[in-house]
Ligand binder design. Structure first.
Ligand code: B12
Ligand code: SF4
Length: 494
């Protein structure tokens, strides 16, 4: 068994919008990888010495990350892969291996759960990959490597046998989440202060994230559910409460973002959690995401009393036809009702919309614009439709052809594909119009002014964003680009 038990986990850098728009970082979500926090806690329980590099949050370049890892001289490196970060991660792995050729690089995360074999075949610098939830499988893999037992007998992994990529059957799932150790928040540099969600998305920090459940039984066509699958598993309300209390008492966290797909799937559990918070008198605010068919007035009132500050709803579009095409199993009327109920309960509503799904046209876009006008929504996000590997629509669009030419643009802020009859330029114009129309509404401006006065921490971020924008404009003019901010993508290092 190796004496060196160092394992360095990396959340690699990725483009938030497009090169040239780096100043946007001042206002976007800086949540750490919860996956890496869970894995670090698990390996620590098995005698390893983990550390975590959050490269994007600390503005680290590919070389910064590689050099930090080289200085740490680990025996293993674990990298979490979203599709958008794959090229950057491969460059980091290559740089590390130039100096530490013996290091073992293991990858996992949503991109591996959906495109593991292609990724390992394409990037020889990744030695092993873990499919799906990583806690158990990573321990099994490390133990097989260290004891010299057969790698081919570890379920749920990808490896190479004489340069051919092999995948073992099975995929471990954690049935009882309560058995997992708490995420290793103590390993994060400057936690919790460095990890702020998007501007105006929380009242007062510090903030931390919790996934109170895993899995989603729906099959919305644009959504990649390959990591956790359809089987929903929950922490018990008591464990969720314990985590909240731990974050509050140990780190001074005042706001929790629940990042699970279906936080409200079980009213019984949510009611139990809210009652625990109220009985204890825990003064924390929190936000969660929900499907529109999972909210009801009674439980919303209770949630509000227990600190729920905002609910994000995947509303997607104002067109029932498009919702059907998305297999969303939802209706615009239900969305409207959910937003009204939530707003009446005194909880902020955030609408998550998508533009450019197959079937989108001028008619459906108009329906979305009308819908947005008539609902009492406090904040909105508009994503540019992206066929993520692992989503059912990916295969519909590309068939079995594996496309990797757009991976580094897959951050929801680039149209990498456009429906028939509408161009990317037209979609971009609508994108601007929808957001501008929403944020120019007088009620919205007034609301944000009030929020800024009440929570001035947001204003400082806004100021940095504004100054960053002006500096980027100035740089563009000085370098002869006439004020154009966007620059070509170039994250690969050779
Ligand atoms: C919270 C969240 C975020 C947060 C935090 C991101 C982060 N780095 O964790 C923020 C807001 C920053 C974010 C941003 C983005 N996100 Co996001 N996000 C989520 C969400 C809702 C929950 C993630 C989570 O915390 N899960 C709980 C933890 C425990 O799971 P986990 O991180 O997946 O880790 C487990 C396994 O994946 C595996 N694992 C992960 N890494 C590794 C590494 C090793 C070595 C091993 C062995 C195993 C392993 O083991 C872990 C423990 O079981 C998911 C949806 C979902 N249900 O997962 C989408 C999701 C992951 N996001 C997605 C996307 C597209 C993005 C963005 C590109 C843009 C966008 N639209 O938001 C950016 C890119 C960010 C980046 N770093 O590259 C997609 C990914 C699709 C894809 N193929 O890439 C998802 C799946 C949503 C969806 N259903 O389509 N996101
Ligand atoms: S969009 Fe939400 S409800 Fe639909 S499959 Fe994804 S996580 Fe489940």
């Amino acid at each position: 068994m190796s004496a060196n038990k160092n394992i360095i986990f990396i959340n690699p850098p990725y483009e938030r919008i497009a090169p040239g728009y780096e100043f946007v970082k001042h206002i976007t979500n800086k949540s750490p990888s919860l996956g890496l926090l869970h894995l670090a806690a698990e390996v620590r329980n098995h005698g390893y010495q983990p550390s975590i590099i959050e490269s994007d949050i600390f503005n680290m370049s590919i070389l910064d990350v590689a050099n930090k890892v080289i200085r740490g001289n680990p025996v293993y490196v674990g990298i979490t892969l979203f599709t958008v970060g794959v090229w950057g991660a491969a460059s980091i792995a290559r740089e590390i291996k130039k100096k530490l050729p013996g290091v073992i690089i293991i990858v996992g995360g949503p991109h591996i759960s959906s495109m593991g074999p292609e990724t390992l075949a394409r990037f020889p610098e990744f030695d092993f990959a873990v499919n799906g939830e990583g806690e158990k499988t990573l321990i099994d893999l490390l133990s097989a490597i260290e004891t010299g037992s057969k790698i081919s007998e570890v379920p749920g992994i990808l490896y190479r046998d004489k340069s051919l990529v092999q995948q073992t059957a099975g995929k471990a799932i954690n049935r009882n989440l309560d058995e997992l150790p708490f995420p290793a928040w103590d390993l994060l540099e400057n936690f919790p202060n460095a990890y702020k969600p998007a501007i105006y998305d929380f009242p007062r920090g510090p903030v931390a994230t919790i996934a109170a459940s895993r899995g989603c039984p729906f099959h919305c066509k644009f959504c990649d559910t390959s990591t956790f699958g359809a089987r929903v598993r929950h922490y018990s309300p008591a464990k969720v409460f314990e985590m909240m209390k731990h974050l509050h008492d140990t780190y001074g966290v005042r706001h929790i973002m629940f990042v699970d797909d279906l936080f409200l799937a079980s009213k019984i559990r949510v009611t139990e959690l809210c009652n625990m918070i109220l009985e204890d008198g825990l003064k924390m605010t929190w936000t969660c995401t929900a499907r529109v068919d999972t909210v009801k007035p009674g439980v919303l009132d209770l949630m509000q009393k227990a600190g729920c500050w905002e609910i994000s709803f995947g509303l997607e579009t104002g067109s029932n036809d498009l919702l059907k095409k998305m297999d969303k199993a939802a209706e615009v009327e239900k969305s409207e009702q959910a937003i009204n109920w939530t707003s009446s309960a005194g909880i902020r509503t955030k609408g998550l919309f998508m533009l450019g799904f197959p079937g989108e046209d001028e008619g459906t876009i108009d329906q979305t614009k009308d819908f947005i006008k008539r609902i009492p929504m406090t904040i909105m996000n508009l994503t540019k439709f992206t066929p993520y590997p692992g989503s059912p629509i990916y295969r519909d669009i590309y068939g079995t052809n594996i496309r990797d030419d757009h991976w580094e643009k897959m951050n929801g802020m680039n149209f990498v594909w456009a429906p028939e009859g509408i161009t990317v330029e037209e979609l971009d114009r609508h994108y601007q119009e929808i957001l501008t129309a929403f944020y120019k509404r007088p009620g919205i401006g007034f609301y944000y002014l009030k929020l800024t006065l009440r929570y001035p921490n947001h204003f400082l971020r806004l100021l940095r964003f504004g100054l960053g924008f002006l500096a980027a404009k100035a740089r563009s003019f000085l370098s002869g680009r006439g004020g154009l901010l966007v620059q070509p993508y170039e994250t690969h290092l050779d």
